[in-house]
Design a protein around this ligand. Sequence first.
Ligand code: UTP
Length: 609
Amino acid sequence: MRPTFEESMELVGLSSNWNNFNDDQKELIQALVDDGQAHLFAGWDEPGINEEKKKEFLDSLVKINGNYPGGLAGYIANARKLLAESKAGANPFEGLTPEKPDTVDLTEFTAEFEKYEAIGATHFDKVGMVLVAGGLGERLGYNGIKLDIAVEVLENTTYLKHYADNLLAMQARSESKRPVPFVIMVSQDTGPKTIESLEANNYFGLSRDQVHILQQELVPAIADNSGTLALEDKYELILKPHGHGDIHMLLYTSGLAAKLQREGIEHLMFIQDTNGPSFNTLPSAIGVSVEKGYDFNSLAINRVPGEAVGGLARLVGNGKEFTLNVEYNQLDPLLRATISPEGDVADESGFSMFPGNCNTLVIRMESYVKILEASKGIIAEFVNPKYTDETKTAFKKPTRLETMMQDLPKLFGESEKVGVTIFSRFWSFSPNKNNVVDAAAKIASGGPADASATAENDFYAAGRARLDVAGMKVEEAEQKMILGVPFTLGPKVILRPSFAMTLDEGCDKVSGGSISDEATLIVDGADITLDNVQLSGKSALVVKACDGAKVTVKGAFENEGFELVELTGEERAPDSDVPEFLKIRGYNFVNKGAAVYEFNEPGEYVVEA
Ligand code: UTP
């Protein structure tokens, strides 16, 4: 028979401390003891000993209890249920058959692409951006927050500044000029530095009111199948991250999703901390969501079969049908058990039928707020314990519940529409996740590096593509291997969002001209036009204009431009004073005489080489 609360208290030696607890603490302790967690209070010292530690421990329990919808009791109940399912080997896809999802192919810059961009561009003031930036970034191993890393090192633009620049460009283009809400999810690991970076840079020109910081909390680790909370030590729980799916819970508990909806926001776009190209896709992806009425639009890339990225599949069966990200390690067995004995293979397009998930999501606010209310924002938690043996009775180390933001459609019903928009990889998905050693190993085994150099490369590639579409002759250089990771030497093109957010804008502002393989072009300003500009060899041209400065640039520029310089082993060593964002890519650029024109006063100007 289960001991009574009083017996448990006696058992764990809590009775002597009882009178020192306040009512809230007493209530929570009682509930936890009743819920089989008496061990949390076992062996407590007599009153007067370790009081500070006891207080901190109780405070942490009270905090977690308040943060998680349904409190600790809810968390433990969810853990027990999921652990029982995991032990029973429940197949999450039982009875479901995968099919090709509903896709819009925007891998080419066609008239259809431009049509969607045009629709999206009229909705800039109805979009909120959500950046999930709570991750530890262990694979990259950077000693700071990933948002502070430069996406390019010609001008050292950090990811955070790049994102802010895009928000400013969106609002500058909207009729209402309404500030675009910017929600940033941080964790205790990334929060202080994210705020520091915003403060130190005057919020990168954004207004403080438009930036909403939400902090995700850690969740308690679970020691066994009965949902026993794991202790690091007496008076200390083991706490672990709960995953980026926390964003849904926080948007619900903070009331922010509902508030933004009331304020007229119709779509939220969710992006990751180091996916530089996210904003290339924004106008067209919003256009697709609006035009197709998608409640959930997953941005994707064509996926090579077996590639280590989640596949998007329509799953049909059990009287249901929904489109979902299936993790790559689950996709192959699911296919073998259902439609494809050979597993995940290429179709006639040469790619898997199941596009790769970029984890850039566009979610329709109306359906989102309803789902949040119904689910309290707890989206499809899962558990992935590592068992000591096949009896599945013990774990190698404590586990915890996790959630992923892309799992939201698991809660959708028949009326919600999920679609997939496929883009070229360089245009949509080039995260900076891996340190250079691991990145080189990935390249050696034929995979994408997803590293600093490849992210920078794709940043310039997007600029090249915009020039190409606008009719400039773009001559692409060879790739150079730097520390085992490929980098295309040029042309290095940065068209800032102030200059162009859509292909169409680029076409309006660029006419003719040519740019050769190792040249550089940086353009920043809304009213700059490039009229038959020619950049040969390594020549570099940088043009910046403030609002109200109308600048026409013409002619052939010739100079020594920017030179790529590889860092030496000594410069890359941990004790060298070279900034870490350079060390992690292994190179820098040195300005050898770029032509630079800056216009800080409104007026009309002509720059002629
Ligand atoms: P990643 O898969 O890159 O994970 O997260 P990570 O934790 O940042 O890096 P590793 O795995 O330790 O190397 C994808 C996105 O989700 C965010 C990350 O900040 C990144 O933008 N994330 C991840 C959160 O916001 N919270 C989490 O708990 C986990």
